[in-house]
Design a protein around this ligand. Sequence first.
Ligand code: FMN
Length: 224
Amino acid sequence: MKKFFSLTLAMALMIFFTACGSSAQNSENKTAAQATSSTAAENKSTAESADAAKKILVVFFSRTGEEYSVGNITKGNTHIVADFIAENLGAKTFEIKPVNPYPDNYNDCTELAKKEQQERARPAIANKIDNFDSYDVIYLGYPVWWSDMPMIIYTFLESYNFSGKTIIPFCTSASEHFIGKEEIQQYANGATVLDGLGIQGKRCQDDPASVKRDVDNWLKKNNG
Ligand SMILES: Cc1cc2nc3c(=O)[nH]c(=O)nc-3n(C[C@H](O)[C@H](O)[C@H](O)COP(=O)(O)O)c2cc1C
């Protein structure tokens, strides 16, 4: 009988210590997991502060006057999108201004743009970005002209050294499609070019609130 009790006691103690051991192990694992997750959180917040420290500039080219399907406009479609991006990011904007302004008349402008495209022209830019080297990220916006970027955007890409910079393009056009990523990659030497946003120009004039919503969602995806 005594032997039976000692055996039972021994087994009970064995079970008790095994349980303690595994619970201690669990709590060690938990502490390790907590440490890992707090390191991950620290890394995330370091990455976030590095992102926050990144200097961003929103560059755009946009035309006023008679425009496709919107009549006479006093603020260009791409300009409207650029301002939404800058407002969201608290960034500065830079408008690319041509030395020779494009005609207000839509047909005249399309003819000139076609000629420039055929000649692979490099229309001169009247203004320059101060302290270009200090920017890490350039949002670059343009209207679609003859299924391409306006030639003045190529002038812009060839005017600066983009090495080590990130370019995030956006465009407006008759539809919601985006074009230009490959071309920018080809001409902006050394830049990392991210996927772009395409917005229908008409919507910028008729329903800017919906454009702002799309821009905000796109930026959230880019920075999330
Ligand atoms: C010269 C010229 C060429 C255009 N070519 C196209 C085109 O090929 N495809 C298109 O979808 N829209 C085209 N459009 C329409 C513009 O891309 C659209 O209206 C754009 O939103 C204008 O932007 P902005 O106001 O910022 O200049 C063209 C407009 C102009 C003036």
